[in-house]
Design a protein around this ligand. Structure first.
Ligand code: GLY
Length: 562
């Protein structure tokens, strides 16, 4: 059965109040030549101006990422890391890994107490939670290889916002107020003093403007050496953090072959390790390919069950095998082998729930701590950019570099602090993702580009911690299997299974009537959550125009184009 827009609208209306998501405020538009979907209007407008000036998708992405570091401080960053997946107009594909690394003084057991238990909060808050940032190195590398406009021109808009002022959005003000106590706990000054927090007030960030000016003038060295590096190291020393000058100057982004996998007449192009995203997405899609999802129907018993079982298996492999492939022999080829993936579903039964194991994992903190961010861009030449970047939690470690004006990540929590003990997303890991100096912590970020019949079809990705991968999968399936227009595919309520905890999380109205009862009767456990990953996507329509869709789950999500 094809997906029915009317039924979908009714279900959306029914869930609007509970979710507190204003679905009618969703921003989505069709543009003839170039399109951007991103997390903040000032960033998308900056990207649009770059495209209009003749910049390409990478130029727009560079300017947007730096602008986001100013106007969207809870997730936009220069103190974090990220991933780029790129498809050139001629079909060449690339990925860039600018994930953070563990400092050289990091130790495998650094978050354990003398009894061998994980010390609550040590990997998530404060100076010891910070990994060596990769964002600036990544942005410089992508510009050097693929950009077309002069570097300084692309950094300038961010400097202008920081120097001249901009309006914080209501949602950003809300977050800043919520984390005020954390800011004062980990900083000797108050980032964003109360006086700046009125709606409509202009915020200026002179320290950040000075840091960005050094990056404009010196590129990579404006962050990893000299004054900015001195400020970071001083900040680390003041709070017991580990990052040294040597760690900063040793940091390198890495160009990698993307993960690619065919699904019917589509090809998924996504991020390889140190993200788990591309591999798990490819695994889930391939496991699902033999099943007639369209015939099962959208979010009906059979489709929810088989998709959840594919999710469960991919996340089980994630926990066992995935980590930084430069430090651990991640069996990428075996995990993506078609025969292996077919066999993986051999024990799937429609008449009962599988079990994940009897290991007890903690509850997933779904509401607060997944402030990553994503941009999807297609330029007028047909180049496509999918970038996900993060500080990990809201405002990362909550440590702002004194004198530098930017927050530092708390990405160390994405390592497995102890085998089997869940991180803040409830994800467990083992040896593959154990802490080692210089190693990248495993991510769930899933910047993705999809081809259909060999042509560019879709660019998508999301913030949302462990739910990113399943959100990308479901958004793709909503379009490819259920025939939804992109805006509905992005907004549709979702569900999520990550092996452990052994439960299916679902947004209100994600399941058609009776689905939950039927699956509970088979032994599945369910938990309703308020929100999941926040997709930003662009789709190439049959006439070549570009449909951009923001996600109503984030009121600041925006689309632009021309
Ligand atoms: N920090 C979230 C992720 O990389 O998955």
């Amino acid at each position: 059965m094809k997906y029915l827009p009317l039924l979908f609208c009714l279900s959306i209306l029914a869930c609007r109040e509970e979710l507190k998501v204003d679905y009618e405020a969703q921003k989505a538009s069709v543009f003839p030549q170039a399109a951007i979907a991103g997390p903040h209007p000032l960033a998308t407008q900056t990207g649009l101006e770059v495209l209009r000036r003749g910049g390409n998708a990478i130029d727009a992405a560079v300017a947007m990422q730096l602008t986001m570091a100013v106007v969207f401080p809870r997730a936009g960053n220069i103190g974090g890391g990220g991933f780029l997946v790129y498809r050139a107009a001629d079909g060449e594909t690339l990925s860039l890994d600018y994930r953070e690394t563990a400092p050289s003084a990091a130790k495998r057991d650094m978050y354990l107490d003398t009894a061998g238990n994980v010390t609550e909060g040590l990997s998530t808050r404060g100076h010891l939670a910070v990994g060596v940032p990769g964002t600036v190195a990544g942005i410089v590398a992508m510009h050097e290889r693929l950009g077309s406009l002069p570097w300084a021109e692309l950094v300038q808009p961010a400097i202008d916002f920081a120097e001249n002022g901009y309006r914080l959005s209501e949602s950003e003000i809300d977050r800043i107020k919520r984390y005020h106590a954390d800011f004062t706990e980990f900083n000797d000054f108050t980032p964003f003093s109360d006086s700046t927090l009125g709606v409509g007030a202009q915020v200026k960030q002179p320290d950040l403007a000075a840091t960005l000016s050094r990056i404009r003038d010196l590129g990579h060295d404006g962050f990893y050496t000299g004054e900015t590096a001195d400020l970071i190291v001083t900040e680390m020393e003041s709070g017991g953090g580990l990052i040294t000058h040597e760690d900063l100057s040793a940091y390198e982004p890495k160009w990698k072959e993307p993960i690619t996998k065919a699904y019917r007449n589509y090809r998924l192009i996504s991020m390889p390790p140190s993200s788990s995203g591309g591999l798990a997405l490819a695994q889930m899609a391939k496991m699902l390919e033999p099943y007639p999802l369209e015939e099962y129907g959208f979010q009906r018993v059979r489709s929810v069950q088989v998709i959840a079982e594919a999710m469960r298996r991919a996340y089980a492999d994630r926990a066992e095998y995935l980590g930084d492939a430069d430090f651990y022999p991640v069996p990428v080829d075996s995990l993506l082998n078609d025969a292996y993936l077919l066999e993986r579903m051999a024990d799937y039964r429609t008449d009962s729930a599988g079990t994940s194991t009897d290991i007890t994992a903690g509850q997933v903190a779904m509401k607060e701590n997944f402030e990553t961010t994503h941009i999807s861009i297609v330029d007028s030449l047909g180049n496509a950019v999918s970038i996900t970047t993060t500080l990990n939690g809201n405002f990362g470690s909550k440590v702002m570099v004194d004198g530098g004006g930017f927050f530092l990540n708390n990405e160390m929590d994405d390592f497995s602090a102890k085998p089997g003990v869940p991180n803040m997303f409830g994800l467990v890991g083992k040896e593959a993702n154990a802490i080692q100096p210089g190693k990248r912590m495993l991510s769930s970020m899933t910047p993705t580009i999809v081809e259909k019949d060999g042509e560019l079809f879709m660019v998508l990705g999301a913030p949302g911690g462990s739910t990113i991968i399943t959100a990308v999968l479901q958004t793709f399936l909503n379009v490819a299997e259920y025939g939804m227009p992109l805006p509905e595919a992005v907004a549709a309520p979702r569900f999520h299974h990550q092996w452990l905890p052994d439960e299916i999380l679902y947004e209100p109205d994600a399941l058609a009537d009776g689905v939950l009862d039927s699956l509970e009767a088979l032994g599945y456990q369910f938990r309703e959550v308020n929100s999941m990953a926040v997709i930003k996507a662009v789709q190439v329509l049959p006439d070549g125009s570009l449909q951009a869709a923001a996600d109503p789950r984030n009121p600041d999500d925006d689309v632009e184009g021309y």
